[in-house]
Design a protein around this ligand. Structure first.
Ligand code: GLC
Ligand code: GLC
Length: 668
């Protein structure tokens, strides 16, 4: 059975399932034409603008239809929702500014723009960094000076009063938290960032809304249509059945995943805090409503949406309700709709789960980029153990990604560190995963003898023994201890550890992402407990307020040629970033591990087109000797220059890596 042209619905639908889908997809689109035409007329859209949309609609329609059909095809009102979804997409494209449309055009023609080595990211909380969006605009020069070309602003939309989970309890996706500014300020910032060559990243917090979002308020008022936006149950019967197979994400907030709501006298599904109500995506009205919010955010001038808590967006009784196939389909459907209506937009996945599951969200047709939580955790693991065996084992089969996708490599973010490595990877190098996590937790909370780290526990689960770690990069890497003990030697080691880790995330392949404050080695902020809205959540310890006086010190030190610790950290990192951006071998993702036969030293080759760079990193405080001959065969050269130190290495003899030294070696 042949369905020859996408809109030709003459052919009969018999034959394979795929052909049936095609027939049904094409017929549905044909039936939607009138309402689509009416939409263009209503919005008075230019014919060439309409044409661009319709070309993309044709291109993406069949796969989109198939996804929506799978998710919602059995609903009595499926066609109604399908129609609403198409109108929503058309409205979004019509509302998109000419500048964004022009950018869409470029990105369609250069779909892997984000894999360039020139992309380097930073993340920050607007209030903690610069008070508000208006003042943030004055710091664009700072981002440029540091070398950032990607800026992730932590959630800045209107939130509930009091504790709002760092902005992740959103009460209105269309208005900015008044303390930070207005949507107009956001648009202005996006424009100025674009002019400065910096892409803007915002969160799409789509697993849940705040309990005071309009939909939740309607639900509380007894409106069944809105109660169906959430998971609401009259008694414990169904929650208890679900609970049998669910994990607890915030066990210190509340046991289990459901919260009793006094007003409604019902139970509400709340995976995270009690005030964060999980949205019910089995209801197509929720999908369509959130699509509208997505497009609104995208059209303010956002380049990348960070999809928050992707693992949890689909629930099914009898499963862990994480990483279900429908969660992927939902994101793929959003992806297709963005390819139609906001085609320059990328998705970044926030899946802090088992590495086998993390990777499943990554793809050109799902999330083009993703946090790399496994690398993050294993870099800290290597720092604690001084051994790279588990890191190398994991990298050996987990680093490679499909084309037109990229890892986002980071050391710290606004969240805790969870030891999400794979137990089989650990077993392969003789490590027991459970014991090792206990060790890492003791190490990073400073309880292990000889530990340099000053982290604190997050969400310790007394029942399972599970625990995660909070703390800033500098405090975890030993700077807090070194300053407390006023030891120059320890300070030196701590700084080297930080640069070692940064040197890896900047070179291993993918987009490096700093959590701002790292560039100054900012320490834990123990004062968060003074704020009752923050006191119950230790993640605030690593969300310190930016100390702008460091920048003045930097100027003084540059003028006087003497460096403080802060200036040294800043200048070294700034230099590493500039170096990365100048090295074309660091574009893309291609990376090959090299076994130097030394358990303290990680070595890999980066290649992009004809360019190569060898990275060697010593994860131990004692110097290591490396046989030059291994480099000769790996890098196909006799002499190499370390781009970081400027030192030249001859492969005819052994050479030494200093304590925690990292080299970026180029043939010379
Ligand atoms: C994500 C965020 C985290 C938040 C959670 C609930 O994991 O990164 O900060 O607590 O989602 O929104
Ligand atoms: C995330 C993760 C969890 C993380 C938390 C935020 O979605 O699944 O491990 O720690 O939410 O803290």
């Amino acid at each position: 059975m042949i369905v020859s042209n996408p809109n030709g619905v003459n052919s009969r639908a018999r034959g394979s399932a795929a052909e049936t889908y095609q027939f049904e997809a094409d017929l549905s689109l044909k039936r939607l034409r009138d309402v689509l035409d009416a939409t263009w007329q209503r919005l008075d859209v230019e014919p060439d603008v309409v044409h661009e949309f319709e070309v993309r609609l044709d291109q993406h329609w069949r796969p989109l239809f198939r996804l929506l059909m799978h998710l919602y095809g059995s609903r009595y009102d499926f066609f109604y929702h399908l129609q609403q979804i198409v109108i929503t997409a058309a409205e979004a494209w019509a509302a998109r500014s000419p500048i964004l449309r022009a950018q869409d055009y470029h990105r369609i023609n250069e779909p892997d723009w984000f894999t360039s080595q020139k992309v380097v990211g930073g993340a920050l909380y607007v209030d903690l960094f610069s008070e508000n969006l208006g003042k943030l605009r004055q710091h664009i020069g700072y981002f440029k000076e540091l070398g950032l070309t990607y800026l992730h602003l932590m959630p800045l939309f209107a939130v509930r009063p009091g504790d709002n989970d760092g902005g992740y309890a959103i009460s209105n996706y269309r208005s900015v938290d008044p303390r930070l500014g207005t949507v107009e300020d956001l648009r202005l910032l996006a424009d100025e960032l674009r002019e400065a060559g910096i892409v803007l990243v915002l969160d799409f917090v789509f697993n849940h809304t705040s309990e005071d979002h309009e939909w939740a308020l309607q639900a509380q008022a007894g409106d069944v249509e809105y109660q169906n936006f959430y998971y609401i149950f009259p008694d414990r019967e169904i929650p208890d059945q679900y609970e049998r197979t669910l994990r607890e994400i915030f066990p210190t907030v509340r046991r289990g995943n459901f919260t009793w709501h006094d007003g409604m006298q019902q139970w509400v599904w709340t995976t995270f805090n009690n005030f964060q109500w999980d949205l019910n995506y089995s209801n197509p009205a929720v999908f369509r409503a959130m699509l509208e919010e997505l497009f609104f955010i995208a059209n303010t001038g956002v380049d990348i949406l960070r999809l928050d808590a992707v693992a949890f967006i689909w629930k099914q009784m009898g499963t862990g309700c994480e990483n279900l196939p429908e969660a992927h389909m939902l994101i793929q459907a959003f992806n297709r709709l963005c390819s139609i209506a906001t085609p320059g937009l990328l998705f970044k996945s926030e899946a802090i789960v088992h590495p086998d599951d993390v990777v499943k969200y990554i793809g050109e047709r799902e999330c083009q980029i993703s946090y790399n939580p496994t690398l993050m955790a294993l870099l800290w693991e290597s720092l604690a153990t001084r051994r790279v065996s588990l890191l190398a084992q994991s990298l050996s089969h987990r680093h490679q990604l499909p084309p037109r996708t990229a890892w986002v490599n980071y050391l710290r973010c606004h969240d805790d560190i969870g030891w999400t490595f794979d137990d089989a990877d650990a077993a392969a190098v003789g490590i027991n995963g459970y014991d090792h996590r206990n060790f890492l937790n003791r190490f990073y909370t400073g309880q292990f003898e000889g530990s340099f780290a000053r982290g604190v526990p997050f969400q310790e689960n007394v029942q399972t023994g599970d625990m995660r770690i909070s703390g800033t990069m500098a405090s975890l890497a030993g700077l807090e201890q070194a300053i407390e003990e006023d030891s120059e030697e320890l300070k030196e080691l701590a700084i080297r550890r930080m640069l070692l880790l940064q040197g890896i995330t900047l070179s291993i392949g993918g987009i490096p992402l700093l959590y701002l404050g790292e560039e100054w080695g900012m320490l834990n902020d123990y004062d968060f407990v003074k704020d009752p809205a923050k006191a119950g959540d230790t993640r605030w310890i690593h969300r310190p307020k930016m100390q702008w006086h460091y920048l003045d010190e930097l100027d003084d030190h540059i003028a006087s040629d003497s460096q403080s610790i802060r200036s040294r950290i800043f200048l070294s990192l700034q230099r590493l970033i500039a170096l990365r951006e100048s090295l074309p071998a660091l574009a893309g993702q291609q990376m090959q591990l090299v076994d130097l036969g030394n358990s303290h030293v990680l070595c890999f080759v980066r290649m992009h087109e004809a360019h190569r760079l060898i990275v060697i990193a010593n994860f131990c405080e004692s110097p290591q000797t490396i046989a030059g001959n291994l480099l000769r065969t790996t890098g196909l050269g006799r002499f190499f220059e370390d781009a970081i130190s400027g030192e030249t290495i001859s492969t005819s003899e052994p050479f030494e890596l200093d304590s925690y030294q990292i080299m970026w070696l180029e043939r010379c």
